[in-house]
Design a protein. Structure first.
Length: 283
């Protein structure tokens, strides 16, 4: 096969190799060449850039990225699909890695260079994977990810938005983020029942609140959004002393969705952790 596989070619590849989209892996293959080329343009990569793709599938987006002249490494977890993927993209100079993106040794794979991640992320792992990469893999300077619309809205939400939550605050700590495009369900095989969006994340040169204890900050965020209908003086009871609200210029009657990252950071500075308060998983 030559060129980017469309819907007919994708069906032939799957049928000819006794394969079908794996529901447990959340597989929805993009089967429209125009769409993957648009994503590659939005990724703004070219010769000299290193791109890592997660969930390469049948290689449509992979080939579109390779067409830009960038050096592309494609990660795929589906053992049955990997040989088919290799046959499609290795002639274009792509390196294929079989593995689970949630468990990869990213430091070894990326080898300290600066990378751009571009991916059609399975809906069931998109948010935790993005969070892990922002926290643990500084070599990834930018991401352009296709995710379920609801997940994308949570990533970019601001105070007052219905989708605003703990993940919105945590992403804002690490990156500048925006929705840069929408992808219709009609370009996927199989067609999903949800809408998809393209989200761009640009890692900050340093976190947005570098002087704040990160674990403390996100312990407060998790506690506040864990009981988001309650006023902060209730949801943060046992974590924040009453006088800390005034010191942080935060109303104790406010609710978690009213606070932006700056307010959460002020609250963390004004309320040092108590030895008995425990800790939550950092991000």
């Amino acid at each position: 096969m030559s060129g980017i596989p469309g819907r007919r070619e994708a069906r032939e590849l799957l049928d000819g190799n006794g394969l079908s989209p794996n529901r447990s892996l959340g597989q929805h293959f993009v089967v429209d060449p125009n769409t993957v080329r648009r994503i590659a343009r939005l990724a703004a990569v070219g010769p000299g850039d290193r791109v890592v793709e997660v969930g390469a599938g049948l290689g449509a987006l992979t080939l579109a990225l390779a067409e830009t002249g960038a050096s592309v490494t494609a990660v795929e977890i589906d053992r049955g699909l990997v040989p088919v993927l290799r046959g499609i993209v290795e002639p274009a100079g792509v390196t294929v890695v079989e593995g689970d993106a949630m468990a990869l040794d990213w430091d070894a794979l990326l080898d300290g260079a600066e990378w751009v991640l571009v991916a059609n992320l399975p809906y069931n792992v998109a948010t935790p994977l993005i969070a892990d990469l922002l926290r643990d893999v500084p070599a990834i300077a930018r991401m352009l990810v296709m995710v379920q619309r609801e997940a994308g809205e949570r990533l970019v939400a601001r105070p007052g938005d219905e989708a605003y939550g703990g993940v919105s605050v945590r992403v804002a700590y690490w990156a500048e983020v925006a929705i840069v495009g929408r992808v219709p369900a009609s370009v996927f095989l199989p067609r999903p029942e949800v809408e998809s969006v393209l989200v761009e994340l640009r890692r900050r040169a340093q976190p947005a609140a570098p002087d704040v204890d990160r674990q403390r900050l996100f312990a407060l965020v998790a506690a506040g959004f864990g009981q988001r209908r309650k006023m902060l003086r209730r949801s943060l009871a046992g974590l924040v002393d009453p006088e800390a609200f005034a010191a942080a210029d935060v109303r104790p009657e406010a609710r978690a969705e009213e606070l932006d990252l700056g307010a959460w950071a002020r609250l963390a500075r004004a309320s040092p952790p108590r030895p008995s308060a425990g800790s939550l998983r950092d991000i």
